[in-house]
Structures are given as structure tokens and as C-alpha cells.
Ligand binder design. Structure first.
Ligand SMILES: Cc1cc2nc3c(=O)[nH]c(=O)nc-3n(C[C@H](O)[C@H](O)[C@H](O)COP(=O)(O)OP(=O)(O)OC[C@H]3O[C@@H](n4cnc5c(N)ncnc54)[C@H](O)[C@@H]3O)c2cc1C
Length: 302
């Protein structure tokens, strides 16, 4: 089934396609769409979509969750944030997320990885005390053993505690080489270890972090048009596969649709403000969203 979409923005003229979800195509990208793609068939337009922004409070056809203020108050959110500069666009997206979620009564914790000088390298130092095989060091084996014995180094344990307590983990980052910045990859390597986030056969829907939500909020250098199936960079869902499926879903997270702010450096001030506002707007109803079907068809089509 094709993605269900309500496109707003310049195409907003009110044409409700009778489909589900909302995607904001910002002015710069709309210009491209209007000139280059407006006559394209709907499926091709739809291929430009998938960073959904709920429009009327609830995505039609999704199960409604209890989103009364009482239900949201008490929700715990961890934002894992990777940008060096607080005044950056990523910094703004992080800031409005903290403001909006706190306003809802959620308890929000931020792991500001650069500010924390978070250690990204997975090394022998992560195991406090003796390793089980001093002859040949295997990080995966030793981290697993140390996790079981609660002998991981304290910065890992602190991050695991934050994850354990969170109902929703938001990853806020600029796209680096079709992936997360190294410091965030290091967070994944070290924090989501076997024994904590998964263990066999406890993977994917049986992963240890099941029942939790995860959301990637990222910015790109490339435009939305570049990140289409026929664009120079290919569909953005291709680079989401290893992150959303290979890491987050593998550990049991249910994955919410990504928030992708395309090319803020090349957008106008007005367009950038609109992107920040749309993220804040989406967060107002984030607890009503249904996770994506995190399986190959979502990423690569049928
Ligand atoms: C090592 C590396 C690898 C990369 N790999 C890729 C890749 O594979 N694919 C790709 O597409 N891109 C890639 N990029 C580009 C990168 O993703 C972008 O540079 C990044 O996403 C831009 O986000 P930013 O937060 O750094 O933007 P910024 O430069 O911080 O922000 C853009 C502008 O927004 C302004 N701004 C900040 N807050 C607000 C606000 N509230 N309202 C209005 N304006 C605001 C800022 O002042 C600035 O003028 C790569 C970059 C690097 C360094």
C-alpha cells in the first residue's frame, strides 16, 4: 500500500488527497516540486514524503492513545543530541523539543554528547575490572559479560539508566555521511550493548527496549529532491535502514517516522523558522502517533 499523505504548503490549496498523514514541503523544495515535479504522478510525489507532521491532532486511522495532559505528564523523554554549536539549527530543534515536551509535563533529559565530551570509542576501558579473556580481546563478548556483572564503565551505565527510564528517545543530529555523527555512533556502539538492549533471541520485536519509542530528528545538507528514489542521493529511507532497523528496531524500539529538516543552510530565514515551528507543532501530538512498520517494504518498497 502506498504511503498515505496529506501534502500541505504550496500544494496546500486545500487539496486533501483523502489520504493519511501530513508532510510539509518547504518553500525552497516546493519551488523545485512545482517547476519540476508538479505534473508527476502521485506515487512519485509520495516518494518525496515520509517525515510526517500530524495536522489535525491525530493521524487518521491510527489507534488513539490516551493523550490527556495527565497521561503525558510523567512521560519521560531522552534527547540524544549531537551538535557542537548551541546556536546551530540542530541546537534550535533540540531547544524547541525540550520546551514543548516540558510544557506538556514530560520529564526531559538531554544527553548533549559534545558538551559531555562523550567517549565514542568502544575499548577495553569500558570494562571496569578484569576481562574474561585477557589473551584475546573481543569487545562484544567482554561488554556483554561486564553488562551482566554490572561492570561497565560509569558513563555507559548512566546513559543506559536514561534509556531504561525513557518512554521516548529522540536522536537529534546533522546527517554525516548518510549516518549519525561519530560521537552518536559511539553512543550507540557503547550504550546499546548486548545484555542491555538485546540478547539472542531477544532482538527486533523481542529486543529488550520493546515498549519504548525512538525517533530520528535530523538535518541534511542535501535537498529533499536529492533524497528521492531518482535523485542524486537516492531515497532518504535507504540511509534510515541501518539506523532505524539495524540498530533501533533491532533493540526492540518502536520507531516513529523521522523528522527530516532538509538543507537548512540553503533555506531562507523564513523557511528555517517554518521548519523549526513544524517540529514543535509535531511534538504537540507526538504521543498520538503510531510507529512505522519497520520492515523492508517501508524502506525499499514492495
Ligand atoms: C562530516 C560531514 C558529513 C556530512 N555528510 C552529509 C551527508 O552525507 N549528507 C548530507 O545531506 N549532508 C551531509 N553533511 C551536511 C550536514 O548534514 C549539514 O551541514 C547539517 O545537517 C546542517 O545542520 P546544522 O545544524 O549544522 O546547520 P547550521 O549551519 O547550524 O544552520 C543553518 C542556518 O540555520 C540558522 N538557524 C539556527 N537556528 C535557527 C532558527 N531557530 N531559526 C532560523 N534559523 C536558524 C543558523 O544560524 C544557520 O545560519 C555533512 C557535513 C559534515 C560536516
Amino acid at each position: 500500500m502506498p504511503p498515505r499523505v496529506y501534502i500541505r504548503g504550496r500544494l496546500e490549496s486545500g487539496v486533501d488527497l483523502g489520504l493519511e498523514s501530513t508532510h510539509i514541503i518547504f518553500t525552497k523544495q516546493r519551488r523545485g516540486l512545482d517547476s519540476a515535479h508538479s505534473s508527476l504522478p502521485l506515487p512519485l510525489l509520495l516518494s518525496l514524503t515520509d517525515c510526517w507532521v500530524p495536522r489535525r491532532g491525530q493521524l487518521p486511522g491510527t489507534q488513539r492513545r490516551n493523550t490527556s495532559p495527565h497521561a503525558m505528564a510523567g512521560k519521560k523523554v531522552l534527547i540524544v543530541y549531537a551538535h557542537q554549536e548551541p546556536k546551530s539549527f540542530n541546537g534550535s530543534l533540540k531547544r524547541v523539543a525540550v520546551e514543548e515536551l516540558s510544557r506538556q509535563g514530560c520529564a526531559v533529559t538531554v544527553s548533549d554528547l559534545y558538551a559531555m565530551d562523550f567517549e565514542p570509542r568502544a575499548t577495553r576501558k569500558d570494562i571496569a575490572g578484569a576481562v574474561s579473556n585477557p589473551e584475546v580481546f573481543s569487545y562484544g563478548v567482554e561488554a556483554y559479560e561486564a553488562c551482566k556483572k554490572r561492570c561497565l564503565t560509569s558513563d555507559i551505565l548512566e546513559e543506559q539508566k536514561k534509556v531504561q527510564e525513557a518512554d521516548l528517545v529522540i536522536f537529534q543530529f546533522p546527517l554525516y555521511w548518510f549516518s549519525v555523527p561519530a560521537i552518536m555512533k559511539g553512543w550507540m556502539d557503547r550504550v546499546l550493548c548486548q545484555g542491555f538492549a538485546f540478547d539472542f533471541p531477544g532482538i527486533y520485536d523481542a529486543g529488550f527496549l520493546k515498549g519504548k519509542l525512538a525517533l530520528l530528528s535530523l538535518t541534511t545538507g542535501g535537498t529533499a529532491e536529492m533524497y528521492t528514489r531518482t535523485g542524486a542521493s537516492g531515497d532518504f529511507r535507504y540511509f534510515l535502514w541501518p539506523l532505524q532497523h539495524g540498530a533501533l528496531h533491532f533493540c526492540g524500539f518502536q520507531v516513529l517516522a523521522p523528522q527530516i529538516s532538509f538543507a537548512p543552510e540553503y533555506a531562507s530565514e523564513e523557511e528555517r523558522k517554518a521548519m523549526v515551528a513544524s517540529w514543535a507543532q509535531r511534538l504537540k501530538t507526538i504521543w498520538q502517533e503510531k510507529p512505522i512498520q519497520c520492515t523492508p517494504p517501508w524502506y525499499f518498497g514492495h
